[in-house]
Design a protein around this ligand. Structure first.
Ligand SMILES: Cc1cc2nc3c(=O)[nH]c(=O)nc-3n(C[C@H](O)[C@H](O)[C@H](O)COP(=O)(O)OP(=O)(O)OC[C@H]3O[C@@H](n4cnc5c(N)ncnc54)[C@H](O)[C@@H]3O)c2cc1C
Length: 395
């Protein structure tokens, strides 16, 4: 144990990467090896125990994707004013503070101080907390609570433009809205760093390829389907730290090519518990309730509601603009000393402290599109783990 803590402390600032070569006085060539000696890796990554027998759970969830982006308009349902806050695709955690900030402004503009939030996932919890910070009294009504909500089954990375809308709908107005949501969320997340249990932290993540300059995902040749919007580099480049490349011989993954990026990661178990605890300690109430139609809202005492039902809005509001995008995680026994992520051959590895996450993400964002099946696929889970395990074997 003592050794582990010592290594963690040593590694903390460098994302588990030790640049031993740089500390030595001998000369270093372009790929970081000592001249006239066998290649010495300059980037050392602690070994990951990736094997299928260490899988502890396989979870499946559907992202609530809308081609036009999240729904944030105001609707009158009988006597109730409903502010929608759903349809965030693969970006719900990332955009939650910014999106909920917009919904909360609209709710407060009605002039009521008792406000209901329907839903207790990423969007419901952040809506509830932001309402409280503005002085509202809030009750969350939901049929499920964390860890039994879909938000609890996310990968846990800062991915604010992941399946957020189709390119055709990324109008100047949408881009402005999205940018403001991203910046608001990003700033809020900075206040959640360094807390006990690490609900939010930064990690280094390595995109690994067998050839130089390989695309992250290959896509499908001749694909004529509408493209998903990619907005980060265009609209918030200042929020993306520079990447760094490592050639063959300068890292432990044999003759491969690595690109290192620094990313924000959410340890969702700790983070959701923190949000729930903060909401309750601020005087928030949580009631278990299921609504079958919007008319069921009539029984609530509040006149103003934020609808944060995520994928559930499809059935509740008959909103068929929500398209399910299936995603499966293989969760594995945590390895606290590992604090770097990997991406290799369409598989993502996220070093979450509440369980390592392996996921086949496919060759493009259509992977899992319009698939609402939730049966776990053991073969896919093992493929994810074995693909990452393959990196630690010589080629
Ligand atoms: C595999 C996968 C990986 C992902 N990875 C990431 C990631 O790395 N980063 C990221 O930012 N996002 C990620 N996402 C997306 C993110 O998980 C979603 O966008 C987000 O969870 C949506 O949150 P939500 O609060 O809208 O919905 P939910 O979490 O589904 O919460 C909805 C709430 O509403 C309640 N509810 C629904 N219907 C009713 C009803 N009729 N009556 C009463 N209550 C109801 C539910 O019980 C629940 O409490 C991922 C998604 C998937 C599937």
């Amino acid at each position: 144990m003592g050794t582990t803590i010592g290594r963690r402390g040593l590694l903390a600032g460098a994302g588990a990467a030790l640049f031993v070569g740089a500390l030595e006085s001998c000369s270093i060539n372009a790929v970081g090896t000592k001249r006239g000696s066998p290649p010495t890796p300059t980037l050392q990554l602690l070994p990951l125990h990736a094997s299928p027998d260490r899988i502890t759970a396989i979870t499946v969830c559907t992202r609530p994707f809308r081609a036009q982006g999240p729904r944030l308009d105001v609707e009158q349902v009988g006597q109730k004013t409903v502010i929608h806050n759903y349809g965030h695709g693969g970006s719900g955690w990332s955009l939650s503070w910014g999106s909920s900030g917009i919904a909360v402004q609209k709710a407060l503009a009605v002039g009521e101080r008792d406000i209901a939030v329907i839903g207790c996932g990423a969007l419901g919890l952040t809506s509830g907390l932001l309402l409280q910070r503005s002085g509202a009294r809030v009750t969350i009504y939901a049929k499920e609570l964390p860890p039994n909500v879909r938000s609890s089954l996310a990968s846990g990375l800062w991915t604010p433009d992941s399946r957020i809308c189709l390119e055709d709908y990324a109008t100047p107005a949408f881009k402005q809205l999205w940018s403001s949501m991203v910046r608001q969320s990003f700033q809020t997340y900075q206040n959640l760093l360094g807390l006990p249990g690490n609900p939010v932290e930064f990690i280094d993540s390595y995109f690994v390829s067998d050839a130089p300059n390989a695309p992250r995902r290959r896509g499908v040749a001749g694909d004529t389907r509408p493209k998903f919007a990619e907005l980060q580099r265009e609209l918030v480049p200042d929020l993306i730290p520079d990447s760094e490349d490592f050639g063959p011989g300068s890292h432990p993954f044999s003759e491969r090519y690595l690109r290192r990026n620094t990313l924000m990661m959410f340890n969702i178990t700790a983070y959701a518990r923190l949000l729930m605890a903060d909401f309750v300690s601020n005087g928030g109430k949580i009631e278990i309730a299921e609504f079958h139609t919007p008319n069921d809202f009539a029984k609530l005492r509040e006149k103003v509601l934020i609808n944060a039902t995520g994928y559930g809005a499809r059935a509740l509001f008959g909103d068929e603009s929500i398209i399910p995008v299936r995603g499966q995680l293989a969760r594995a026994i945590p390895q606290p000393e590992i604090n770097y992520g990997l991406f290799y051959k369409g598989v993502s590895f996220v070093p979450r402290r509440d369980g390592l996450v392996f996921q086949v993400v496919g060759e493009d964002d259509y992977y899992g599109f319009n698939d609402d099946t939730t049966a776990p696929d053991r073969g896919e889970a093992e493929l994810a783990v074995n693909t990452i395990a393959g990196l630690y074997k010589a080629v």
